[in-house]
Design a protein around this ligand. Sequence first.
Ligand code: GLN
Length: 220
Amino acid sequence: MTPRPNAAAPTEIQAGTKTGTDAGITIGVLALQGAYEAHAKALASLGVTTRLIRTPAELVEPSPLDGLIIPGGESTTMLKFLERNQFLDVLSTFVLQTPTFGTCAGAILLAKDVQSPAQTSLAAMDMTVERNAYGRQIDSAILTAPTELPGGPLEMVFIRAPRITRTGPEVEVLASRDGFPVLVREGHLLAATFHPELSGDTRVHQFFLDVVRKRAAVQV
Ligand code: GLN
């Protein structure tokens, strides 16, 4: 059976409590499959206007996004949707210019090299990821580990997580698990192999918003 994205109309959730710094910032959440609603909720709790993205046009209409989150889920299924309407090509260009945060399957889509098995990607971040490297679904884990983010150790929810096995020289490692990076940044791109949207701690989303705000300020 061919998978179908949720056919609901495009959704833009206006922030109820916009702060001065977030005025005008709109973050998209790719909503083809996976854990997109939890990301939208985390962003809404931070007072950010959020738009669910299901088509290439929604990246720019009614206004260009300031940033995008590619959620966790199943990267192969997301790729099936992205192969329609040239969405993969449009998104490959988009992520070159616009701050994008990939979590788990989203991190797999951002990686230049994907292994076990090899699959196509947006090839935006200079890293190699090995899919399902920590074992089967039953081996998913919740850990607390140190991070470079301010505020001490961070809860990390891993669900059939990939492992980042190589990072290029421009990739900054912000947290690791068993010696392998789990939170990385390369300029305007951020990737986590865990699910920050499933923890109450919003520091990773806040960090991404800082990247977005800095980029928006530079471009004004
Ligand atoms: N195992 C999934 C994949 O390969 C990722 C799992 C997740 O996003 N939680 O796409």
